[in-house]
Design a protein around this ligand. Sequence first.
Ligand code: 2DT
Length: 212
Amino acid sequence: MTCRRGALIVLEGVDKAGKTTQCNKLVQALQDSGQKAEMMKFPERTTKIGQLINSYLENKSNLEDHTVHLLFSANRWELMPLMKEKLEQGISLVVDRYAFSGVAFTSAKPGFSLDWCMNPDKGLPKPDLVMFLQLSPSEAAQRGQFGTERYETTVFQKAVQQKFELLMKDSSVKWQVIDAARNIEDVHADIKNHSVDAIKAAENEPIGELWK
Ligand code: 2DT
């Protein structure tokens, strides 16, 4: 590798925790401090696979549960070459949801084991840091109504939160819980500090493989 690689930084959390706002602020702050950084998000709805997922999430089509799980995973794999290329160019990627959302959301449905859900994502680029924006269901409710997409109900979000808690027990992934109930700037400062550390730590390390 001729230059230091970028870090793969993922933000996860239940709906209303502020992931997208914080991803945008982090990318801006890293760029302002002279670091190369770009944002990505999953699902990436613009590809052919992403369009199938988008139509499912907007309740415009129905897909069988296993099938949609595999499509979400395929959507990450199709972006994998681009992600690796950017990381190798020294660009840090700030990613709004990743395989952890994939596993948490599908395994919250009846009949899906964590293990089955994790399998298709094994071997994807491993994040150098996953920040989980923690917000209780009552705090989330205070931030207004959920949207109208599939999965946006209090009952389902609670089940998802429990699955995230199981995933966070896996010590092969570097998790950091962030208290998202604070104001935007305090949450941002916390996220930025952890990210700067992760970028330094990743510089001379090879890109890992998730869950392998
Ligand atoms: P947003 O675009 O608002 O983040 O919502 N999801 C996401 C899955 O079920 N599986 C996945 O692999 C991923 C990445 C979470 C996207 C919705 O899609 C769910 C909420």
